[in-house]
Design a protein around this ligand. Structure first.
Ligand code: ADP
Ligand code: 5GP
Length: 190
């Protein structure tokens, strides 16, 4: 297996579809690493610089843009976010599966760049279930949930742009499907 280039695995889908849950489980595999974005947003409690994000100020972010350090970047809710080329290239060269967990807009942008990778859209079984999961997660106020559900409708329209759509109904089955699509179903031989 040594010397083989890794795979960029883009996991996208509406808020509440189960992206984070799936990514968390995929990351238990040592062949998988997380693509750490740079952002200008302030660090939240519980986050670690260099683990969750590279937290930078606006000037540093601008320098990254000018130096061409980003594969893509975007402004989301007034903060800047970008995927750094360097760490991504390093991980791919090391044969890793590099996980990019990104919203549908960001995923579509990456797809438009025609970067080689596997683009997987995680879909909820239906909108009622999506609502129930967002409520059940307990992290968002009711008006935020309504906003996310409204956006989810538009995001679902973009699913055809992805290489694969995985319906996250039975969690373990969805996880198995993503693993299979990424060629991770077999444990590496010791
Ligand atoms: P996202 O990262 O896409 O916003 P999360 O991974 O946070 O979504 O999942 C939203 C909520 O739904 C979480 O509370 C999670 O535990 C739950 N969840 C995810 N997948 C399933 C599933 N297949 N069945 C039931 N609940 C699920
Ligand atoms: P949060 O601030 O909640 O961590 O993320 C806010 C939004 O920024 C999410 O929708 C997330 O997908 C998006 N995001 C995170 N990193 C990047 C990135 O590198 N590029 C783009 N385009 N969006 C990102």
């Amino acid at each position: 297996m040594t010397g083989e280039r890794g795979l960029m695995l883009v996991i996208s889908g509406p808020s509440g579809c189960g992206k984070s849950s799936i990514c968390r489980r995929l990351l238990e595999d040592e062949r998988v690493v997380f693509s750490i974005s740079a952002t200008t947003r302030p660090m939240r409690t519980g986050e670690t610089d260099g683990v969750d994000y590279f937290f930078v100020d606006k000037q540093r972010f601008r320098e990254h843009i000018e130096n061409g350090d980003f594969i893509e970047w975007a402004e989301v809710h007034g903060n800047l976010y970008g995927t750094l080329r360097g760490p991504m290239e390093e991980a791919l060269a090391a044969g890793k599966t590099v996980l990019v967990e990104i919203d549908v807009q960001g995923g579509s942008q990456l797809k438009d760049l025609e970067l080689p990778g596997l683009y997987v859209f995680i879909a909820p079984p239906n909108m009622d279930t999506l609502r129930a999961r967002l409520v059940g997660r307990g992290t968002d106020a009711p008006e935020v949930i309504e906003r996310r559900l409204k956006k989810a409708g538009e995001e679902m329209d973009k699913q055809d742009r992805y290489d694969h759509v995985v319906v996250n109904d039975d969690f373990e089955a969805a996880l198995r499907t993503v693993r299979r699509l990424a060629g991770l179903e077999k444990e590496p031989s010791a």
